[in-house]
Design a protein around this ligand. Structure first.
Ligand code: GDP
Length: 196
């Protein structure tokens, strides 16, 4: 799969506005500021893509990117923007749950966490949804360049230990958009999900 050829396709406010479920897709989720946009940019070698998702008015939407051959990346709305009113957070949660539980073409979920602040409430919520719905989930602990090798490995081990309770469908790696570290592992994971 040529992630570099990703093209913005459409924004959807809810499940009914998503493209037809004919192909396979992988969705990226994360708390705002975790590094989700940077990770998508790194994966696709395209700085403009995730900027699309940060356009005002699109931050609450599911943004679809076409990879060709009926394969798609989905940038899910960042969670935890301080200025979002409570009723919109509830809406967001409803749409997200609906998308995750009902979307037939969804093959896996990438959860983006800042490696220095892993497993926050939102992350646990995503883990529980993924486990309940048997959805493979791959965690990228990003901004790994902000830690030295030792502390980074320690964080990874700690998270791995915490993840044991969620079973074998959950995997985790360190990642750095700045250094492009961990890109091959990420691509291999997505390739396996998006393969026929
Ligand atoms: P998003 O809100 O999850 O989409 O987060 P962004 O991708 O916009 O990143 C939030 C901030 O973290 C920005 O200032 C990025 O430059 C920075 N950032 C993201 N990924 C990395 C990384 O791998 N290394 C470093 N050093 N900074 C990063």
């Amino acid at each position: 799969i040529r992630y570099e050829s990703a093209q913005f396709l459409i924004s959807a406010a809810k499940l009914s506005q998503c493209p037809p479920e004919t192909g396979y897709e992988v969705a990226f989720a994360g708390r705002s500021n975790a590094g989700k946009s940077s990770a998508i940019n790194t994966l696709t070698h395209n700085k403009k893509l995730a900027r699309t998702s940060k356009t005002p008015g699109r931050t609450q939407l599911l943004n679809f990117f076409d990879l060709g051959n009926s394969r798609f990346l989905v940038d899910l709305p960042g969670y935890g923007y301080a200025k979002v009113p409570a009723h919109m957070k509830i809406q967001w949660q409803k749409h997200m749950e609906e998308y995750l539980s009902e979307r037939q073409s969804l093959r896996g979920l990438v959860l983006v966490m800042d490696c220095r602040h892993p497993l926050q409430n939102f992350d646990i919520m995503m883990l529980e949804w993924a486990t309940e719905s048997d959805m493979p989930l791959h965690i990228i602990m990003t901004k790994s360049d902000k830690l030295k090798k030792g502390p980074a490995s320690k964080q990874l081990l700690m998270v791995k230990k915490e993840l044991q309770q969620y079973g074998e469908n959950v995997t985790v790696q360190l990642f750095s958009s700045l250094k492009r570290d961990g890109l091959t592992i990420l691509k291999n994971t997505l390739n396996s999900w998006l393969a026929e």
